[in-house]
Ligand binder design. Structure first.
Ligand code: ADP
Length: 396
C-alpha cells in the first residue's frame, strides 16, 4: 500500500512516499517558494537527488506536478494506488490527543485553532485542500505536533497566571515536536526492551525542545504555549522574562509585533553570537576564538543541561538520554559539552563512540549511570504509520 507523508508550509511542501507496512521510502522531496516566485522542487529517488525549476502559483499546482513525478518515476501506475495522505498539522489544541481522519469538522476545528498557530495551521490546511482536490480517492489523516504532549498533567502544563486565562482563552503549555518525541519514545522502548522506560528526549535542531517521557508518554516538555519557549534555539530566545517586551518597546519604539519577531527570528544563537543561527557556523567561530560565539555556545549548552537536570528529577531518574535532530544527530562537540556538565549525575560520555553522525549509536561509557544515545528522528514515518493504521481500521 502506498502512502504519502506530507508537511505543508506557507510556501513549501515536503513529501515522502512510502510502501507500507514495510516503511520503505519510495521517493521524497520538497517544493519551495510556492506562490512567491522562482519556485523549484527537489526529488530524491534511488539515492539520486534532482532539482527542477518550475513556477508554482499554488500548492494545488505543486501537488499536480508531484503526481506527474510519481507516475513518470514509476512509483505509481495510477492515482488510486495512493491510498492515504498523512498531513503534519501543527496545532491540535486540547481537542486532539491523537491523529485523526480529516473531515469537514476537523478542518473547521484546525482552522479555529489557527489563533494559537497563525503561521502554521492555515498553511497546513492549504496542503490538506490541495491533496483533497488532486487525489480525492485517498484517505486524509492529520497528525498533530501537539498531540503527544496531551498526557502532561495540569501541574506541568499550567502557567502560574490567573486561572481564567486557561479556562477562557486556552493559555497553557501545549508543547511541539510531538511526532519526533513520540518516535524517540517508541524506538527507545524497543532498544531498552521495556515499555516503562524513563527517557529524556533532546530534539535539538533549528527549533529545539526537550521531552520527559515515562511509560512511552510525554510527562513534560520545554516548548510551551508557542514554540518560542524553553531552550535557546537557532533564532528563538526560548524562556525570557515577559516584562522585557514592553521595556524594549519603550526604549526602541518598536511595535509589539516587531519585538515578538526579534524574539523568534533574531535571538538565540544568531542574536547572541551576531554571526549565525547555524550551529556549524558557531562551531567554526568558536574554534577561531570568537568571544560572542563562545558565549552563545555556553548559553545554548547550559539551557539544555538545566532542562535535562530538571527532567531527571521529574522522572525520578532516567534510563536514557537521547540526542536527535540537526544538532543532536550531527554535532559531537555540542553533545560532549552537554554530557560533561552531567558528570555530577554519574553520566559519562565515551569520546570515541561520540564521533558519530546521523546514525543510531550508544555514546555513553559502560559504567555511565544513564545510557546516552544518538537516534535520528523520523517524523515522516510516524505520519505514514498513523495513516496506514486508519486505512487498515477502515477496511476491517
Ligand atoms: P529544523 O528544526 O529546521 O527541522 P533540523 O533538525 O534539520 O532543523 O536542524 C538544522 C540545524 O542542525 C542547522 O541549523 C544546524 O544548526 C544543525 N546542523 C546540521 N548539520 C550539522 C552538523 N554537521 N554539525 C553541527 N550542526 C549541524
Amino acid at each position: 500500500m502506498k502512502i504519502l507523508s506530507v508537511n505543508a508550509g506557507s510556501s513549501s511542501l515536503k513529501f515522502t512516499a512510502y510502501e507500507m507496512p514495510e516503511e520503505k521510502v519510495l521517493i521524497s522531496g520538497a517544493f519551495e517558494r510556492i506562490g512567491i516566485g522562482e519556485s523549484f522542487y527537489t526529488i530524491k529517488i534511488n539515492g539520486e537527488k534532482i532539482k527542477k525549476e518550475k513556477e508554482f502559483a499554488s500548492h494545488k499546482e505543486a501537488v499536480a506536478t508531484l503526481i506527474d513525478e510519481l507516475l513518470e518515476n514509476g512509483v505509481i501506475s495510477s492515482l488510486e494506488e495512493i491510498e492515504g495522505v498523512g498531513h503534519r498539522l501543527v496545532h491540535g489544541g486540547e481537542k486532539y490527543a491523537e491523529s485523526v481522519v480529516i473531515d469537514e469538522d476537523v478542518v473547521q476545528t484546525v482552522s479555529e485553532l489557527s489563533e494559537l498557530a497563525p503561521l502554521h495551521n492555515p498553511a497546513n490546511l492549504i496542503g490538506v485542500e490541495a491533496f483533497k482536490s488532486e487525489i480525492p480517492s485517498a484517505l486524509e489523516v492529520g497528525c498533530f505536533d501537539t498531540a503527544f504532549h496531551q498526557t502532561m498533567r495540569k501541574k506541568e502544563f499550567l502557567y502560574p497566571v490567573p486561572y481564567e486565562w486557561y479556562e477562557k482563552y486556552g493559555v497553557r503549555k501545549y508543547g511541539f515536536h510531538g511526532m519526533s518525541h513520540a518516535y524517540i519514545a517508541g524506538r527507545m522502548a524497543e532498544i531498552l526492551g521495556k515499555e516503562d522506560a524513563r527517557v529524556i528526549s533532546c530534539h535539538i535542531g533549528n527549533g529545539a525542545s526537550l521531552c520527559a517521557i515515562k511509560d512511552g508518554k510525554s510527562v513534560d516538555t520545554s516548548m510551551g504555549f508557542t514554540p518560542n519557549a524553553g531552550l535557546m534555539m537557532g533564532t528563538r530566545s526560548g524562556d525570557i522574562d515577559a516584562t522585557l517586551i514592553p521595556f524594549i518597546m519603550g526604549k526602541t519604539g518598536k511595535s509589539l509585533d516587531e519585538v515578538i519577531n526579534d524574539l523568534n527570528k533574531k535571538s538565540g544563537y544568531l542574536g547572541v553570537s551576531g554571526i549565525s543561527s547555524d550551529s556549524r557556523d558557531i562551531e567554526e567561530a568558536v574554534e577561531k576564538g570568537n568571544e560572542r560565539a563562545i558565549l552563545s555556545q555556553e548559553m545554548y549548552v547550559e539551557r539544555i543541561v538545566n532542562y535535562i537536570a530538571e527532567y531527571y528529577l521529574e522522572l525520578g531518574g532516567a534510563d536514557a538520554i537521547v540526542f536527535t535532530a540537526g544538532v543532536g544527530e550531527n554535532s559531537a562537540s555540542t553533545r560532549a559539552q552537554i554530557i560533561q556538565c552531567l558528570e555530577p549525575l554519574g553520566i559519562k560520555l565515551d569520546e570515541e563512540k561520540n564521533q558519530t553522525r546521523g546514525k543510531e549509536a550508544l555514546i555513553s561509557t559502560e559504567d555511565s549511570k544513564v545510557q546516552v544515545y544518538v537516534i535520528p528522528t523520523d517524523e515522516e514515518v510516524m505520519i505514514a504509520r498513523d495513516t496506514y493504521r486508519f486505512i487498515q481500521e477502515r477496511t476491517i
